[in-house]
Design a protein around this ligand. Structure first.
Ligand code: GLU
Length: 503
């Protein structure tokens, strides 16, 4: 199937049973893109008919994920729309009515088989090495028998009468024609004993009522599609176009799971990823524009997306690529944007990854702005601000005595380097990068050390780190007085370590 050109009506229909993972949100993303491209409608519908697995936090996370990724919906919870309500538990009566109609038309029946009887049936089948399947016994129950069971408080379900022979097929937009023999299927439940519909019945009624043109969903649903086609037939309605999108695997080719690291969109938000980068990365999970271009704006993605280029083989989730892409998006930001993205992370409490609690909030904006050019190119995650910029804000950096020596330097040589560095630090004027570099290079020559040997202990003394932005820019940004204090304190640390090791 070629990509639609007329306005689509597509829906994202999550079940609020767990925090939505990347693969699940990816279908929302594809829906959103297609709706934008064709100037159609993106519908959000909450499929909460499995009341035993309902999780309010999961429902909240669904909306938060959509908001964070900028996937705004035209119809759905919070927005309303012509087919409200968009929450299945609030549409229960329509499912009951449809199930009763199917019974009346002879396409479905009440079944009073108890869970214990079903269990015994499965055990018998297992013992006989037969595939477990419902044997259709409910087809022969009279309405009086069902009434009696109902009065006795037995659970009553409604099952679809699946034809005994024949096949059903559909044209999947990604995989082409798929055919199933119906004899593989048993009479399945469409209305449960709590009078809530199963997913199979509910989503079909809703998609139909809501005028959904394309059902975009994970390809784990392909095996259920014959059931869905049979329900359509029984209801006398046309199925939508099916677009089954491929599974997402980790780099080790195993199904993406917790083991591969973060798996939900919100975790990526908390790890310091930008929504635009995650959006860009996710659209490439199972789709490609057909050339090597990977970094694309939303507009470009919306313009170039096409169903024909959705892959039928599994997508690979490469978290290193996501990090790289995030770095590209960070580099493309201007200073003010970057600052407003970094600050919320840095201003969190220390225990949540923010700057030390001793650093006053709010952080000095002007100072922060002056520091950004030093780190902008190197940042990959917004959470890295605390680590890469923290020492500019901290009262002291407390390097350890072992970290202070540079390569091939002992404690005595390190102390000598720092003493010399301190003297110059006190007098250097102007305290500016270029001037400092000239002076310190001359000093290295004077005390007969390699520049690197002199600079390493200074770097660790002033920043607490062996890797930091260019040294003299960094020193100038820290400021002369604080550099003096930090070098003095590093010398003390070295000396007391020497005393301890002599004891
Ligand atoms: N509620 C189903 C799920 O969360 C929806 C599947 C579909 O899109 O039809 O997986």
């Amino acid at each position: 199937m070629t990509s639609p050109t007329t306005p689509v009506r597509v829906r994202y229909a999550p079940s609020p049973t767990g925090i939505p993972h990347i693969g699940n949100i990816r279908t929302a993303l594809f829906c959103w893109i297609l709706a934008q491209q064709t100037e159609g409608q993106f519908i959000v519908r909450i499929e909460d008919t499995d009341r035993s697995r309902y999780d309010a936090d999961a429902e909240k996370a669904i909306f938060e994920s959509l908001d964070w990724l900028g996937l705004s919906w035209n119809e759905g919870p919070g927005k309303g729309g012509p087919h409200a309500p968009y929450i299945q538990s609030e549409r229960q009566q329509t499912y009951i009515d449809a199930a009763l109609k199917l019974i009346e038309a002879g396409h479905a029946y009440f079944d009073d088989t108890t869970p214990e009887q079903l269990h015994a049936l499965r055990e018998r089948q297992r013992a006989a090495k037969q595939p477990p399947r419902y044997d259709g016994r409910g087809r022969h129950r009279s309405s009086d028998e069902i009434e009696e069971s109902r009065k006795a408080g037995l659970p009553i379900t409604v099952r679809l009468k699946v034809p005994e022979h024949g096949s059903v097929s559909f044209n999947d937009a990604v995989r082409g024609k798929i055919t199933f023999e119906v004899k593989e299927l048993d009479d399945f439940v469409i209305l449960k004993s709590d009078e809530m519909p199963t997913y199979h019945l509910a989503h079909i009624l809703d998609d139909h009522a809501m005028g959904v043109t394309h059902v975009i969903r994970g390809d784990e649903w392909i095996s259920s599609t014959p059931r869905h086609l049979l329900i359509h037939q029984a209801l006398g309605i046309e199925p939508p176009e099916y677009v089954h999108v491929p599974l997402i695997l980790g780099k080790d080719k195993a199904k993406l799971s917790k083991r591969h690291g973060a798996t939900s969109a919100l975790e990526y938000r908390d790890l310091g990823f930008l929504p635009d980068a995650v959006f860009n990365f996710m659209c490439l999970l199972g789709w490609s524009p057909g050339d090597d271009i990977e970094v694309m704006s939303r507009e470009e993605i919306v313009r170039r997306f096409s169903i024909d280029r959705i892959n039928d083989s599994p997508a690979t989730f490469d978290s290193e690529k996501l990090e790289w892409m995030n770095g590209v998006y960070i580099r493309n930001m201007d200073k003010d944007q970057l600052m407003s993205e970094l600050l919320p992370f840095m201003e969190r409490p220390e225990a949540e990854g923010g700057l030390p609690d001793s650093v006053a909030r709010p952080i000095d904006r002007d100072y922060m702005r002056s520091l950004l050019p030093l780190v902008h190119e190197r940042l990959k995650l917004l959470t890295e601000g605390t680590e890469t910029l923290g020492f500019f804000f901290a009262d002291n950096v407390n390097p350890s005595a072992e970290d202070l020596p540079g390569r091939k330097m002992d404690a005595a040589m390190t102390e000598q380097a720092l003493e010399a560095a301190l003297g110059l630090c006190k007098t250097a004027s102007p305290f500016e990068p270029e001037h400092l570099e000239g002076e310190y290079r001359a000093l290295a020559e004077k005390i007969e050390m390699k520049p690197g040997q002199l600079f390493s202990p200074i770097r660790v003394a002033t920043t607490g780190k062996s890797f930091a932005p260019p040294l003299f820019d960094t020193m100038a940004a820290i400021g002369q007085n604080r550099c003096v204090e930090r070098i003095e304190s590093a010398i003390k640390i070295l000396r007391s370590a020497a005393v301890t090791s002599d004891e």
